[in-house]
Write a protein that binds this ligand. Structure first.
Ligand code: UTP
Length: 291
């Protein structure tokens, strides 16, 4: 039987250069979609999948993330005094259970694979989820919950994938698969950022996975790949053939909040989707489009 997925790694040590100057002093993962930061969406996605322990791999200037998940004593006391119960609840909801989060540092942004490797001591030898918080997923069950279910069925590594236009393969890890059944396929390869003409398919890894701890044994070698970075996808490729590896077609919406337009789209889409903001957003958009 597959071991239960209890822990998640959230790599947040990147420089966020595509969002400068917003990310000069503030972490990209604290950018807000409607009223909560991207990192909170990722944490909530995990909690909905039964994952309650978190390893945040942070870097310089990322202190705001740690503070966001801490309790804010003075603020909470003031909200209580002013009887702002809804706001108080929202603030408290962002607090993680005591002792359930670890913040470790990737001193240099050497690549996503290196960031995940930095979490090795806190994960130990059990399966774990990895989420890139700048990808926002909206679905029920959550993308991570879908992966956990797939892991329970297969007992191995599972990555979430989606079809992308062929001209965009150079921005993704692209998978090769066989024997797809009900959206789950055996993975036979994964290539980081291939040129469109060299891509084995148009199925892109979208920043969500459940991985076995063997991935650390490969990351340990610190081999660099595309862009001179230590790539997580290269370590994944090395596991194929040694432990079960599947690609799961994600069923839901995905917004690439690492880009300005993707981030804007996420804000509009979430605002249109939420009951408390939908009507006003629609009116606002109509007005802006007419103007
Ligand atoms: P990205 O490449 O999208 O993020 O990495 P980035 O490097 O911060 O952004 P740009 O490209 O310069 O605009 C995806 C995720 O992996 C993390 C990032 O924080 C982001 O959540 N990451 C990336 C690390 O933690 N360490 C790294 O060395 C690289």
């Amino acid at each position: 039987m597959a071991q239960r997925v209890r822990k998640a790694v959230l790599p947040v040590a990147g420089l966020g250069t595509r969002f400068l100057p917003a990310t000069k002093a503030m972490p990209k993962e604290m950018l807000t979609v409607v009223d909560r930061p991207l990192i909170q969406y990722a944490v909530e996605e995990c909690l909905a999948a039964g994952i309650e322990e978190f390893v945040f791999v942070t870097g310089r200037n990322k202190g705001a993330i740690e503070d966001h998940f801490d309790s804010a004593y003075e603020l909470e006391a003031t909200l209580e005094q002013r009887r702002k119960t809804v706001e108080l609840k929202q603030t408290q909801n962002a607090t993680l259970k005591a002792g359930n989060a670890i913040f470790t540092r990737q001193q240099k942004p050497l690549g996503l694979g290196h960031a995940v490797w930095c979490a090795r001591h806190w994960i130990g030898r059990e399966p774990f989820a990895v989420l890139l918080p700048d990808e926002l997923m909206v679905s029920s069950p959550t993308c991570t919950a879908q992966l956990v279910t797939a892991h329970e069925m297969t007992g191995g590594n599972v990555v979430a994938v989606m079809d992308v236009p062929r001209e965009q393969t150079g921005s993704y890890g692209i998978v090769a698969t066989r024997n797809e059944k009900n959206g789950l396929a055996e993975m036979t390869g994964i290539v980081e950022k291939p040129k469109p003409e060299e891509a084995p398919s148009t199925l892109a890894w979208i920043g969500r996975s459940v991985l076995l701890p063997e991935v650390f044994d490969h990351l340990e070698k610190h081999e660099t790949g595309a862009g001179g970075e230590i790539q997580l996808t290269d370590a994944m490729a090395k596991m194929i053939g040694h432990s079960p590896f599947h690609a799961m077609r994600y069923n839901g919406q995905r917004y690439d909040c690492g880009t300005r337009i993707g981030f804007l789209e996420a804000n509009i889409a979430v605002a249109l989707h939420r009951r408390d903001t939908a009507v006003e957003t629609r009116v606002l958009l109509n007005r802006l489009l007419k103007g």
